[in-house]
Write a protein that binds this ligand. Structure first.
Ligand SMILES: CC(C)(COP(=O)(O)OP(=O)(O)OC[C@H]1O[C@@H](n2cnc3c(N)ncnc32)[C@H](O)[C@@H]1OP(=O)(O)O)[C@@H](O)C(=O)NCCC(=O)NCCS
Length: 303
C-alpha cells in the first residue's frame, strides 16, 4: 500500500469513496448520495492538496484522510476507507501518516469529531493518542428574516491583514489558534463569507450553500467572540449577523456545531430555537479541552 498526497486526477475517486464509506457505516439506502450536494472533500483538497492523503492499492484509491491547519491546532477528518477494505489496517496507516505530518507542523493539539457510540472509532483514535472530550451537538435553525447589513470580508477587499487581526480573538481561547487559512480557503473559492463584529470582538466563517454546506444551508464552520464580560452579548450580535448573511444569500437553514461543554454557547443556541440534529464526540490529542469550556462562546464541530 502506498500513502501520498492526492493527485488532481484522484479527486473524484476520493470524493466518491468518502461518501460511500460514511453512507455504508450509517446504513443509508444509497451510500453514494451521502452528504447530498455538500462538497467537503473537493473544497478542502482544491485549496491545499498536500493536506489530503490517499492510500493506494494497485493504483486504486482505497482510503482518504484530510487535515486542516488552524494555526497551532490541527483538525483531522474526514478519514474514510473503502468498505471492502475495512479492518485490514488501512485506516490506521492513514492516521499514522496524517499524524506524522501534523507533528512535523508543530501543532500543539489535534482535534476530530467522531461517533461516540462506535467502539471501533473510539478505539482506533484512542490507540493513536486521542482522548474523548465532550459531546458535540450539530444544531440547526430556520433562517430568521433580517434587514441588517452585516459587515463581512468577501468583496470588501479585505486582505491577509484583516484575517490576521481576527487571530487575536481565537488566540485568547487557545494560544496560536488561527483560522486565517480556513477563512482564506472559503473566500478564495467563493464558497463562503466571514461575518465580523463592528467592535472587532468576534467573527463567523460561514459556508453559504456551497463548499461544505448543502445548497440551502448556511453552515457556520467556525465562530468565536473574545472572552470577557460582553461575550454573551457579542455572541448574540454575531448570530444576528449570520442570520442576516444567510437571509441575504437566500438560504433557508443555518447549521452549526457546538461543544456541549461550552455551556454558555450551547444554552444560547437552545434558547434561540436551535435544535440538535445529531451528536458526535470531540476527541483530542493530547487530551486537552483546547478552546472549550463554560465561558467559551465558540462554535465549531471539527467535521
Ligand atoms: C473508521 C474507518 C476509517 C476505519 O478504517 P479501517 O481501515 O477499517 O480501520 P483499521 O483496520 O486500520 O483499524 C480498525 C481497528 O479497530 C479495531 N476494532 C474494530 N472493531 C472494534 C471494536 N468493536 N472494539 C474495539 N476495536 C475494534 C480493529 O480491530 C482495528 O484495530 P487493529 O488493527 O489493532 O486490530 C473505516 O471503518 C471507515 O471508513 N468508516 C466509515 C467512515 C468513518 O466512519 N470515518 C471516520 C469518521 S470519524
Amino acid at each position: 500500500m502506498e500513502i501520498r498526497a492526492i493527485a488532481p486526477g484522484e479527486l473524484d475517486a476520493a470524493d466518491r469513496l468518502v461518501r460511500v464509506a460514511f453512507g455504508t457505516f450509517l446504513g443509508l439506502a444509497d451510500p453514494s448520495q451521502t452528504f447530498g450536494d455538500a462538497d467537503v472533500v473537493r473544497t478542502r483538497a482544491r485549496h491545499s492538496p498536500e493536506d489530503t492523503l490517499v492510500a493506494l492499492e494497485g493504483g486504486e484509491v482505497v482510503g482518504v484522510v484530510q487535515v486542516v491547519s488552524w494555526g497551532s491546532a490541527a483538525v483531522l477528518g474526514p478519514l474514510a476507507v473503502a468498505p471492502t477494505r475495512w479492518d485490514s489496517g488501512v485506516g490506521r496507516a492513514l492516521l499514522d501518516a496524517a499524524l506524522t505530518r501534523v507533528d512535523a507542523s508543530g501543532a500543539t493539539l489535534t482535534g476530530l469529531f467522531t461517533f461516540p457510540s462506535s467502539p471501533k472509532h473510539v478505539t482506533l483514535y484512542h490507540r493513536c493518542g486521542f482522548a474523548p472530550q465532550h459531546l458535540v451537538a450539530v444544531m440547526a435553525r430556520t433562517v430568521a428574516p433580517s434587514d441588517l447589513t452585516p459587515t463581512t470580508l468577501a468583496g470588501s477587499g479585505a486582505g491577509a491583514g484583516a484575517l490576521a487581526s481576527l487571530a487575536a480573538v481565537t488566540d485568547a481561547h487557545y494560544p496560536g489558534l488561527d483560522l486565517a487559512r480556513e477563512m482564506g480557503a472559503a473566500l478564495d473559492q467563493g464558497v463562503g463569507d466571514v461575518v465580523v463584529l463592528e467592535n472587532g470582538r468576534g467573527f463567523a466563517l460561514c459556508h453559504l450553500g456551497a463548499g461544505e454546506a448543502a445548497s440551502s444551508v448556511c453552515y457556520v464552520k467556525f465562530a468565536a467572540v473574545a472572552p470577557g464580560p460582553s461575550a454573551a452579548r457579542d455572541f448574540a450580535a454575531l448570530l444576528g449577523g449570520v442570520d442576516a448573511l444567510a437571509h441575504a444569500a437566500g438560504l433557508t437553514t443555518i447549521e452549526a456545531g457546538v461543544d456541549t461543554g461550552r455551556t454558555g454557547a450551547f444554552a444560547a443556541l437552545a434558547a434561540a430555537g436551535w435544535r440538535i440534529q445529531f451528536l458526535g464526540v470531540r476527541m483530542s490529542r493530547p487530551g486537552l479541552l483546547g478552546w472549550s469550556g463554560p465561558e467559551a462562546f465558540v462554535l465549531d464541530d471539527l467535521r
